[in-house]
Design a protein around this ligand. Structure first.
Ligand code: ZN
Length: 408
């Protein structure tokens, strides 16, 4: 085992997860710790308390990303950064996000306990508002840090109670300031997989190759309302039956033997939504994703045509709301993760990420990578989200080894 990995402590890491999960704990075992809430403030305060007890400096940037810094020996050397997020979905679990922060903190503590000196500083970041459930969009802190989202725009975003991000930020613990977008040598994020692949393949460590691309659409189908008892079928412009035909045709269009396409129609609004009236208007959403940029474009470009071909006399408007190409992580970081897992004798594989992560924004700033560990049945964004203490510790050992290597 490398020097830092030796000092990773499974029980301590698990205990910190339970301490963190107590903040915003739900009665069903899950966690509700939404961004910039009172619970988020307590989570931040706890991390600050732990950091200061080990003598680390803490700071926060203007969008509320929280940094914990372990110094290196070379003055002015750019830091190696690791971290994830402490906020959760309203019906979230104990590990999504929190794991990346706590594994990063465990790595810092392990380096400290081992008396390991690195040339570069190593910093831990808890990104602000990754989940986006209270303030949309998600990954707000990392986007603002990477200048992909203007700070002023982010600060003005409101929640459902009309409270702005700026006002909510003022209720977080006050810390010494740090600028947005400071130079970073490399970024490595640990996370539970949030999918079933590692568990199914019986691998402990995932060296993540990148984040799959996404396209999101809204489809509006406009027909004509009519009396269910009197309007003959042949004369109807039934928006719901047209929408059903479109969705069925899209399902066929998205068929994929390799099972890599992710195609979801998650919302269907029918109006007037009355049992006795032919639906006059339907709006449905499409979320589809693929790790291959060319396939993403080819399939996405067919959506509007297929909707029109199945309109059954209705008018259709297809609006693309979101188009994010896949991003690829740095080959050297992927290699370093695999090699570190090999040194530690851990089973490992490469895989793409199906979900978004803050790492997506860091790709534009520095060499970036992610480490996945298995979660039970791949379930996430759910109170029953679970992971094994031994897997969490294994991921933290790999992370500690990678950070030590990158900061050498
Ligand atoms: Zn997450």
């Amino acid at each position: 085992m490398t020097s830092a990995a030796k000092h990773v402590d499974e029980a301590r890491l698990w205990g910190r997860h339970m301490d963190m999960a107590a903040i915003g704990a739900r009665t069903d075992g899950g966690v509700n710790r939404q961004a910039l809430s009172a619970e988020d403030a307590r989570a931040r305060a706890l991390l600050v308390e732990w950091a200061r007890s080990l003598g680390f400096d803490v700071a926060s940037d203007p969008i509320g990303n929280l940094f914990v810094r372990r110094e290196g020996t070379e003055r002015g050397a750019t830091p190696v950064l690791t971290g994830s997020h402490l906020d959760s979905q309203p019906t979230g679990g104990k590990f999504d996000g929190a794991y990346g922060v706590l594994a990063g903190f465990e790595a810092l503590e392990a380096l400290q306990l081992g008396g390991i000196v690195t040339r570069r500083p190593i910093e831990l970041v808890a990104w602000c508002n990754e989940e986006g459930s209270r303030f949309a969009p998600g990954a707000m802190g990392s986007a603002a840090f990477a200048h992909a989202l203007p700070l002023e725009t982010a600060l003005a975003i409101k929640d459902r109670e009309d409270k702005t991000v700026g006002a909510a930020l003022a209720e977080m613990p006050t810390l010494p300031p740090r600028p947005l977008g400071f130079p970073v040598h490399a970024y490595v994020e640990a996370h539970i997989e949030q999918g079933p692949v590692l568990e199914r393949e019986a691998k402990t460590i995932g060296a993540v190759t990148g984040i799959q691309g996404s396209q999101w659409f809204t489809v509006e189908v406009r027909g004509a309302e009519a009396h269910a008892g009197t309007a003959p079928l042949r004369t109807r412009q039934d928006a719901l039956k047209a929408a059903v035909a479109m969705i069925a045709a899209l399902e066929t269009w998205m068929a994929d033997e390799t099972d890599r396409v992710r195609f979801t129609v998650g919302r269907l609004d029918v109006s007037p939504n009355s049992p006795n009236t032919v639906p006059g208007r339907v709006v449905f959403t499409i979320d589809f994703r693929h790790p291959d940029g060319a396939v993403l474009v080819r399939l996405g470009d067919g959506i509007e045509r297929i909707c029109h071909e199945n309109a059954r006399g209705c008018a259709v408007t297809v609006t693309k709301n979101f188009d994010a190409p896949p991003c690829a992580f740095d080959p050297r970081i992927i290699d370093t993760i695999e090699q570190s897992a090999a040194i530690l004798g851990l089973s490992r594989m490469r895989l793409p990420s199906g979900a978004f992560h803050d790492a997506k924004h860091m790709v534009d700033l520095c060499p970036t990578g992610m480490i996945f560990v298995p979660c039970e049945k791949g379930i996430s964004h759910n109170p029953v989200e679970n992971a094994k203490p031994s897997d969490l510790a294994a991921g933290a050992r790999v992370l500690a080894t990678v950070l030590e290597e990158l900061a050498r």
